[in-house]
Design a binder for this molecule. Sequence first.
Ligand code: CU
Length: 491
Amino acid sequence: MSGGGRMRRRAFLGVLGGVGAGVAGLAVAGRAEHSGQLLASELPLPKPFTVPLPVPAVARPVSPGRYEVTQRPARVEIVPGTTTEVWGYGGTFPGPTFELRRGSPATITVRNELPVPTSTHLHGGVTPPDSDGYPTDLVVPAGYTGHDHAHGGTHHPVVKDYRYPVEQRAATLWYHDHRMDFTAPQVWRGLAGFALVRDEEEDALPLPGGERELPLMICDRAFGADGSFRYPAAHDPDYMEGVEGDVILVNGAPWPVAEVSATRHRLRLLNASNARRYRLRLAPGGRFTQIGGDAGLLAAPVVHDEITIAPGERFDVVVDFSAYPIGSAVTLVNALAEGSAGNVMRFVVARGAPDDSAVPSALSRPPSRPSPVATRRFDFRRSETAWTINGRPYSPGVPLARPRLGTAEVWRFSSDFHHPVHVHLAHFLVLARGGRAPSATDAGWKDTVDVRPYEVVDVLARFDGYRGRYMLHCHNLEHEDMAMMADFDVI
Ligand SMILES: [Cu+2]
């Protein structure tokens, strides 16, 4: 272990134990909002705002409601002038965008041509348990001889059909790998993409659409000198806090630039980073009108000067570029970082155009607030060697809760660090932070909530859809791989 490694570890222990007096304590104070450790790139960083923003291709069905996608390695140009091997759905990073409609079931056949097993989770999906991407429900590639059987589970040779009933409201969902113990390195290599659910309620709104609707997958990466993705050894204790890179990618491109007309645009913001949180602002100024959260449209829009977005969260926002003179550069910045990670991407307001879009004051009629039948506590905390929930490292098949289908419960999350808590299946409302009202950015039904160090967050979760085994876990992917997950059974 290097001296730097020991330093980082001391700082980390300081956060958790409150024993970090002296140098480590000062380092912690300066990093109070940071949720991971920086892994620096070994090549010269690309120049920001030069690469055009890519928009992931929309997946085409092979027949109505049926899709096929192959997970495979591919070489792509991310940093101009070099190539990077990605592991991608369809060989692309991000993977193709699945356009789903409420009431139209979809089956996605995932074929695994990677060197490792995978499990695909539709994040935010109300999905039957055998298609939910349980970490030991694996698609195992041909010829694979690893030891994943040690955890038990179900092993599908080469292909698996994931069945999605899509009986849920319009929302920005995403899909990503969820393999036991190896989610972090496998998502880092590129296994993530968007899945957008649309419905009639949303169709009836005059929101910006077509080219004026942009899914934006934000994540950070580090690159080796040869252009490869750089990542620590699996479960490296020096990176137990989480891995942060120094290059910010949007839709797989470093600090891209998008030319936009001086009109309203709908931006579906997703933080697909392993560990990094962002505080998004517009420079030289501007506002985000939030229309949706993780699990669907809000009842009414909420205006924000800044949005803090934790790993796994989505914010569906409208930005009105008519507020800027033609020719303006409008930069999406990250106020939580200095240096390279302080920029995200840039919009250039290139031309005027007619705009018949609007953000109505009433957007949707989300499900009303149910009455809880129980309260449970989940404490997210570090142990000597792992990250734990209620003192336990993850044990597949051992449920920590057994909520009843069709009921709602208050789940109280407490933490020792930054833990973005994600619940599968069940969507929730944030009721309180530290006993006080939630933040403005907690609005609406969600599936992931940003729980900050020594904070207590109460959510009201409703268990609708299916009985069976699901999970909740920290969506800092290094924490997740270091055991910060738990099962719950819907009975
Ligand atoms: Cu965590």
